[in-house]
Design a protein around this ligand. Structure first.
Ligand code: SAH
Length: 220
C-alpha cells in the first residue's frame, strides 16, 4: 500500500476506535487524545495486522495477548492519571498500554518476565520517541522497590489477589487497577484506592486476562 494511503487508513481506524471508546464510557478527553496518538498497528504482530484496530484481544509473541482497545481505555481512565504521576505497569507485553500511559504521566515503569517482549517494546518506544518509559525484565509480583512509591499501579495480567508487594508500593491516595479472580476464567477488573486507613475497592467490569506467572521466564 502507498504510504499516504496507509497514514489515511490509520487515521480512519483511530477515529473509529475513539467513537467505540466513547460509547463504552471512556469519555475523558485526555485519555481519548492519548489513545488517538498511539498507532496500535505498530504494536500488533504482522499476521494480525488486519485486526489491529478490532475490538478484541490479539495473540502476541511468547503466548501472550494484547488487550482489546476498550479494555486499555477503561483501565487507563480508571487510573485517573495526573501529568506529574509516576506509574508502574506489570506486564509490558507489546508495550501498547505503556505507550498510552506515557502520554498522560511523568514516567512509566514497566516490567515483563519475557526478555523478548521487553526488547521488542523498547524498540517501539524508540521508534515513537517515547522517552519517559523505563523497562525491566523481572517478576512484576515483586514490584519495583527501588522506584517506589508509585502514584498509580496497573497490572495487565490476572491474579487471584493483588500481590502484597504492589499494595506496599503504591502511595497514599494512590490507585491500583488490576484484573482479580480465577486464572482460568473471568476476572473482575478491580480499582483500589489507598487511604491512610486502608484500601477501598470497586469492581469495574468482567475481563479475561492471561495469568500473572511468578518468576522470570526461563527461556526467551
Ligand atoms: N500490557 C500489555 C499486554 C499484557 S499481556 C500490552 O499492552 O501489550 C500480560 C503480560 O504479563 C505478558 O506479556 C506476560 O509475560 C506478563 N507477565 C505475566 N506474569 C508476569 C510477572 N510475574 N511479571 C512480569 N510480567 C508478567
Amino acid at each position: 500500500m502507498h504510504d499516504l494511503d496507509e497514514t489515511e487508513a490509520r487515521r480512519v481506524r483511530l477515529a473509529e476506535l475513539i467513537l467505540r471508546l466513547r460509547r463504552a464510557g471512556v469519555t475523558e478527553q485526555r485519555v481519548l487524545a492519548a489513545m488517538e496518538a498511539v498507532p496500535r498497528d505498530l504494536f500488533v504482530p504482522h499476521e494480525s495486522q488486519r485486526e489491529a484496530y478490532a475490538e478484541r484481544a490479539l495473540p502476541i509473541d511468547c503466548g501472550q495477548t494484547i488487550s482489546a482497545p476498550v479494555i486499555v481505555g477503561m483501565m487507563t481512565q480508571a487510573l485517573d492519571l495526573g501529568p506529574r504521576d509516576r506509574v508502574l505497569e506489570i506486564g509490558t507485553g507489546t508495550g501498547y498500554q505503556a505507550a498510552v500511559l506515557s502520554k498522560l504521566c511523568r514516567r512509566v515503569y514497566t516490567i515483563d518476565r519475557f526478555r523478548t517482549l521487553v526488547a521488542a517494546a523498547e524498540s517501539r518506544f524508540k521508534t515513537l520517541r517515547l522517552t519517559n518509559i523505563t523497562t525491566m525484565v523481572g517478576d512484576g509480583a515483586r514490584g519495583w522497590p527501588e522506584a517506589a512509591p508509585f502514584d498509580r499501579i496497573i497490572v495487565t495480567a490476572a491474579a487471584e489477589e493483588v500481590p502484597p508487594a504492589l499494595l506496599d508500593q503504591v502511595g497514599i491516595n494512590g490507585v491500583i487497577v488490576a484484573p482479580i479472580g480465577p486464572l482460568d476464567g473471568v476476572q473482575k477488573l478491580r480499582r483500589l484506592v489507598r487511604h491512610a486507613e486502608g484500601f477501598e475497592a470497586t469492581d469495574l467490569a468482567d475481563v479475561r486476562f492471561v495469568p500473572l506467572i511468578p518468576g522470570i521466564a526461563a527461556r526467551l
